[in-house]
Design a protein around this ligand. Sequence first.
Ligand SMILES: Cc1cc2nc3c(=O)[nH]c(=O)nc-3n(C[C@H](O)[C@H](O)[C@H](O)COP(=O)(O)OP(=O)(O)OC[C@H]3O[C@@H](n4cnc5c(N)ncnc54)[C@H](O)[C@@H]3O)c2cc1C
Length: 342
Amino acid sequence: MMKKIIVIGNGIASTLFVYFLSQRVKEKIEVLSLADDDLFPRCTLKSTSLVAKRGAKKGTPLGDLLTNSFDEVESFFSFWKNKYQSIQRVEVTSLCQKGSKFEEDYLRRFLNQVKDENDFLEFKEWGYLFDAKKILEDLEQEIVSSENILWKKEKEAVVRSFFCSEKEKYTLQCLSGKEIEGKYLFFGTNAYSSLLLDYPLKSEVITGHYLKFQSCNLGDKSFVYNLHEKTFTYRAEENSIEIGVVSTKGFNASLKEDQLKEIYSLFKPIFSKNIPPLEKGEVLFGYRHKIMGRRPGLFIDKKVNQSILMASLGTYKNGFSYNFVLAKEAVDEIMNHWAEVL
Ligand SMILES: Cc1cc2nc3c(=O)[nH]c(=O)nc-3n(C[C@H](O)[C@H](O)[C@H](O)COP(=O)(O)OP(=O)(O)OC[C@H]3O[C@@H](n4cnc5c(N)ncnc54)[C@H](O)[C@@H]3O)c2cc1C
């Protein structure tokens, strides 16, 4: 019988998981994807989607994950760029105003590699900027063209709850009343995870707001500036500028006018007349999932005999890089399980 995996979610975590799976399996397997992106909007499409090292070093679990994730994205980019344009290499400039409360942390992070530029300290590095919509489309194209995946997608499928049935399987209960059984589950449900999953670590939802300006021209190269933990992103291919992020606790969609204005004013003197007036900016927001103590990871539950439940959790500010590691870990887990058990 064909093996079947159920994936809940349609964002970068779930799509990378199915993509990496398609690269590893040697036989045809069925993947059923369930999501409702209207009811649970994808953070993936409301993200400034930059991957940069920003002084991360190995030596702690978080430092290891940050650097390994960066390396994964870097090597992924090196072959992806030959076929697709959904990731680009960009210059990332991190600035810090001299004498500001951010200086100590900034110097610890970038050590003595910073340049002294008048009122600012400056550090430059290469990072990777994703076009979120395009990377999902490109990954989907690769999955669909893989001979090993029979991919079925249900678009308005809300998973309300699930339980372990006596038959050593999980039963997912959908809002429509439909029940779906499966032995292998992957949750890429991000901020909505705590509505469904019972996992041991405390977590919270953090809403992120930012401003997006269209029809801007700052040249033919995309770039990113960081200043005092805030970001300015210029996307040359779409002539847009993104400025943010305002972070607030919980599912908090209300306008963050004052805080966004503050961030806009931070960058305005640097880019002067090149930034459109504040009122031209569209306010966008997405919901992020944060595990207390910044402990993102792959949650694995094997309580049900011969079945596996996995979830990519707490990816918070780094979902575009962590998932390159976590989705691969999830694929390893399932491949090892099949090798041992079946
Ligand atoms: C403003 C902002 C800026 C960011 N900037 C960056 C950045 O610069 N770099 C970076 O790496 N990361 C950044 N992030 C974080 C990154 O965008 C996220 O970590 C990542 O997109 C999460 O992807 P995901 O696939 O896990 O979740 P999502 O994209 O949120 O997808 C969740 C999926 O689960 C589905 N779902 C949820 N619950 C259910 C249910 N009960 N039943 C059925 N389906 C369900 C939804 O429909 C959706 O398809 C930023 C986030 C925000 C908000």
